[in-house]
Design a protein around this ligand. Structure first.
Ligand code: NOJ
Ligand code: CA
Length: 640
C-alpha cells in the first residue's frame, strides 16, 4: 500500500509534526504486506528492531474527545519513522473498563470504542508497514476484566459453558506460597464473589480474575484470540504476565512446566500459520527463569522469540548512582546464553513502576534511598517515575543511559516521551504518574488534543521544568542540539552497525571500576565466545591472543582526523567490532583497557568519525568526562 501523507482526519488540527515530512532522513524500507513461507519478509527482524512503546490513550487525540486514539497515532507515524523506530508496541487497545490501563479486558476481539475501530487498526498496520515499521500489541493471556462476559457467565451459571473458565474455590487458602504482586491494593490472591458464593483466584487486581488454563476450552479460546489479530496483519504480541498461567499447590505458582507447555503450543500455532511474527514475554523473573521462556535451545527456541530483561534495568540505575560497573557486569555474567533464534528486550522505563522485584532487599533499600525523594514516588515494589526526573533531568546522564540502552545486548524498547525527556506527575494515582499525554507542541493541551482542557483523560504536564510549554516535540525538532535529535542520531548509528543487534557481548575489565567497557563483535568460531547474555570472553585475567601478532595501523589518515560516517559492512559479516566505553561516575575518569586482542586496530569514534590512536602493545588509555561515553568502530589493519 502507498504511503499516505499524514491525514487531517476527523477534523483534527493539522499535525503538529508537519516539519518531519521534509526530513532528509533515509526512509525505512517498507514492510511488504504480502508474503509467504517461501518468501518470508524477514524472520529475524525483531533482533535488529528498535521498539517504541505507545500508550494509545496518551499519544494523540484525533477527534477532540480528550482521549488519544488509533487515528491519532496514525497521524503521527511519520514522527516515529523520522525517529528511526522499527516496531511500535501498543499498550492494550481492547474493550475494557480501564481500571488497569486496559489490562482488564472485557472483549478480546473488540477495540475500545474511544480508541477506534477494527478498520482503524488495520489501517494503522498498513500505514506503519508502508513506512517500514511493524506493530505489536499487548495481549493479556492470564486474566480478564470481571466485566468480561465469560466471567459474568461463570459467576452466574457455574454449570454452564463458562462455569470452569476461571479458578473458583470454596475456600481462600489454596496456593499460600504465591506472592501478592499489587501489594499496595490487594491483601489476597482470592476474592469472594457473592453471586457464585465462591472465591476466585487473581494474581493482580481483584477485578482481574485469572483464566483457568486447566480448561482446554480456555486454551483454545486464547489461541483463537491470537489468530484473530494475526489474521488482521499484526506483527506479534507482548504477552502480558505469562509466568502465572497455571497454579499448583506447593509451588509459588510461577514458571510452571504446564505454562511452558502451553506457550510452546502458542508458538507452534504462530509458526504454522504466521511467519515473521514475534512473541515477546513479559516475565518479571530472574535471568535463569526468564530464559526458560525462550524454550528449547537445540531448535533455536520454541516458546517466545523475545523476553524482557527485567533484572538488568534497575542495575543500570544502581551502577550509575554507585559509580561502579559491578551491578551491570554481574547480572550480565549471570545471564545464561539464549537460543540462537531469540533476543532480549531491554528497557529503561515503561508504563509501570520501575520494578524492584528482581533485586535483593539491600539493593531495593538502596534504590529507594537514592531515587525516592517523596513517599508518593513509590508504587507496589517499585518507583513510579519517568526517566528524566529519575536522573534529575541531567542531560549527561540521560545520554549515558540511552547509550547503554542502545548498546547493551538486546533490542532496545523506548517509552513514549522519554526521547524528549518528559516528566512525571506523582500527584496522579497509581501508575498514571508516568502516563500523561505526549507533549507535541507548546499549544493548548500540548498539541495532544483540541478538546477543552478539563476533558483530557489526564492533565498534561504543566510544571516549569517538564511542562509542555517548555518541553515538547516541536521545540526539540527545531533545536538540533536537543535530546530528541541526539536520540535520533544515536538510533541511526546503532542501526548502521548491525553488530549492536546481533553481536556477542564481551566485557573488558579495565583499570577503573567506574568504567564499563565492552566490545560488541561477531562470534569467531576459533574463539571461546558465548552468545550475548553476559559472558566475558576476554577478561584481564585471561590472556587473549592478538589475531595477527603485532601490527601497526595502516590507516592513511592521521590520528584525530574525521573519517566520515562509518558503516559496518566491510569484510567481516555484519561489520567490524564496536568498542563501547561508559563512565558511570559523575567525575572525569581515566581507564586503561586491555585491547591486546585488537592490536593494530584503529578505534574510530562513531559519531564524528575521528580516528583515535591505533591499539598497540600497551594497554589502551582513554579519559572520559563525567558520565561520558564513547562508541568506537574497531577498524582492523588493512590486509597485507
Ligand atoms: C503487567 C502490565 O505491564 C501492568 O501494567 C498490568 O497492571 C499487569 N501486567 C496486569 O495485567
Ligand atoms: Ca479521541
Amino acid at each position: 500500500m502507498a504511503t499516505q501523507p499524514e491525514p487531517a482526519a476527523d477534523g483534527a488540527a493539522a499535525s503538529p509534526l508537519s516539519p518531519f515530512r521534509g526530513s532528509s532522513a533515509a526512509p525505512n524500507e517498507p514492510v511488504p504486506d504480502s508474503f509467504s513461507f517461501d518468501m518470508p519478509r524477514d524472520p529475524q527482524w525483531f533482533k535488529r528492531a528498535v521498539f517504541y512503546e505507545v500508550l494509545v490513550r496518551g499519544f494523540h487525540d484525533s477527534n477532540a474527545d480528550g482521549t488519544g486514539d488509533i487515528r491519532g497515532l496514525i497521524s503521527q507515524l511519520h514522527y516515529l519513522e523520522w525517529l528511526g523506530i522499527d516496531c511500535i508496541w501498543l499498550l492494550p487497545i481492547y474493550a475494557s473498563p480501564l481500571k488497569d490501563g486496559g489490562y482488564d479486558i472485557s472483549d478480546f476481539m473488540e477495540i475500545l470504542p474511544e480508541f477506534g475501530t477494527i478498520g482503524d487498526f488495520v489501517e494503522l498496520v498498513e500505514q506503519a508497514h508502508a513506512r517500514g515499521m511493524r506493530v505489536i500489541a499487548d495481549l493479556v493471556m492470564n486474566h480478564t476484566s470481571d466485566q468480561h462476559p465469560w466471567f459474568q457467565a461463570s459467576r452466574s451459571d457455574p454449570d454452564g459453558p463458562y462455569g470452569d473458565f476461571y479458578m473458583w474455590s470454596d475456600t481462600d487458602d489454596q496456593y499460600p506460597e504465591a506472592r501478592i504482586i499489587f501489594v499496595d491494593t490487594e491483601q489476597s490472591n482470592w476474592t469472594f464473589d457473592p453471586v457464585r458464593g465462591q472465591y476466585y483466584w487473581h494474581r493482580f487486581f481483584h477485578h482481574q480474575p485469572d483464566l483457568n488454563y486447566e480448561n482446554p476450552r480456555v486454551q483454545d479460546a486464547m489461541l483463537e484470540v491470537l489468530r484473530f489479530w494475526l489474521d488482521l496483519g499484526i506483527d506479534g504480541f507482548r504477552l502480558d504476565a505469562v509466568p502465572y498461567l497455571y497454579a499448583r499447590e506447593g509451588t509459588n505458582c510461577e514458571n510452571l512446566k504446564e505454562t511452558h507447555e502451553y506457550l510452546r503450543r502458542v508458538r507452534t500455532e504462530v509458526d504454522r500459520l504466521y511467519p515473521d511474527r514475534v512473541l515477546l514475554a513479559e516475565a518479571n523473573q530472574w535471568p535463569t527463569d526468564v530464559v526458560q521462556y525462550f524454550g528449547d535451545p537445540t531448535v533455536g527456541g520454541d516458546e517466545c522469540h523475545m523476553a524482557f530483561h527485567f533484572p538488568l534495568m534497575p542495575r543500570i540505575f544502581m551502577a550509575v548512582r554507585r559509580e561502579q560497573r559491578y551491578p551491570i557486569s554481574e547480572i550480565l555474567a549471570q545471564t545464561p546464553q539464549i537460543p540462537s533464534g531469540c533476543q532480549w528486550g531491554i528497557f529503561l522505563r515503561n508504563h509501570d513502576e520501575l520494578t524492584l522485584e528482581m533485586v535483593t532487599d539491600e539493593e531495593r533499600d538502596y534504590m529507594y534511598s537514592e531515587y525516592v525523594k517523596d513517599p508518593r514516588m513509590k508504587a507496589n515494589i517499585g518507583i513510579r517515575r519517568r526517566l528524566a526526573p529519575l536522573l534529575d533531568n541531567d542531560r549527561n546522564q540521560l545520554e549515558l543511559f540511552t547509550a547503554l540502552l542502545l548498546s547493551l545486548p538486546g533490542s532496545p524498547v523506548l517509552y513514549y516521551g522519554d526521547e524528549i525527556g518528559m516528566g512525571d506527575n506523582i500527584w496522579l494515582g497509581d501508575r498514571d504518574s508516568v502516563r500523561t499525554p505526549m507533549q507535541w507542541t507548546p499549544d493548548r493541551n500540548g498539541g495532544f488534543s483540541r478538546c477543552d482542557h478539563q476533558r483530557i483523560y489526564l492533565q498534561p504536564n504543566n510544571d516549569p521544568i517538564y511542562g509542555y510549554q517548555a518541553l515538547n516535540v516541536e521545540a526539540q525538532h527545531r533545536d538540533t542540539g536537543s535530546l530528541l535529535h541526539w536520540t535520533r542520531r544515536m538510533i541511526e548509528i546503532r542501526k548502521r552497525h548491525p553488530v549492536f543487534a546481533l553481536g556477542v557481548y564481551s566485557e573488558l575489565t579495565g583499570s577503573n571500576p567506574s568504567v564499563l567497557a565492552f566490545v560488541r563483535h561477531h562470534a569467531d568460531p576459533s574463539e571461546p565466545v558465548r552468545s550475548p547474555g553476559g559472558e566475558r570472553t576476554s577478561t584481564a585475567s585471561e590472556p587473549v591472543g592478538s589475531p595477527g601478532g603485532e601490527r601497526t595501523s595502516t590507516a592513511s589518515e592521521p590520528v584525530g582526523s574525521p573519517r566520515g560516517e562509518r558503516t559496518s559492512t566491510a569484510s567481516e559479516p555484519g561489520g567490524f567490532p564496536i568498542l563501547c566505553v561508559n563512565n558511570l561516575s559523575r567525575f572525569p575518569q581515566p581507564v586503561e583497557l586491555d585491547l591486546s586482542k585488537y592490536n593494530g586496530y584503529t578505534p574510530v569514534e562513531c559519531m564524528g568519525g575521528v580516528a583515535f590512536p591505533p591499539v598497540g602493545d600497551l594497554s589502551y588509555l582513554l579519559t572520559l568526562p563525567g558520565h561520558g561515553f564513547y562508541w568506537f568502530v574497531l577498524e582492523p589493519p588493512a590486509a597485507g
